[in-house]
Ligand binder design. Structure first.
Ligand SMILES: [Zn+2]
Length: 86
């Protein structure tokens, strides 16, 4: 069984499509059983969408700061919702 740190690393790698079939399976199992990592995975999806949106936008000068703020805000919101078991 993965621990949360390993699961988070796999989530990062999954975004780049670098997981083996076995890794993906173990990650899915962990996310299924762990609410914290399930929230984290959702977070990653949101962040990925933000990045794509920003890359497609024309405000390139501001995009880095704006993206950083949005990411921080999203993470904070996620944390405020946090009812972690651990
Ligand atoms: Zn976990």
């Amino acid at each position: 069984m993965l621990n949360c740190r390993q699961a988070t690393e796999l989530l990062c790698q999954a975004r780049d499509g670098r997981l083996t079939r076995l890794q993906r399976l173990r990650l899915r199992l962990h996310v299924f059983l762990c609410r914290y990592c399930a929230a984290m995975e959702k977070n990653f999806e949101t962040l990925g969408q933000l990045v794509r949106t920003r890359i497609g936008s024309k405000e390139e000068d501001q995009s880095h700061d704006a993206l950083k703020n949005e990411v921080l805000k999203t993470l904070e919101e996620q944390e405020n919702q946090g009812d972690r078991d651990q």
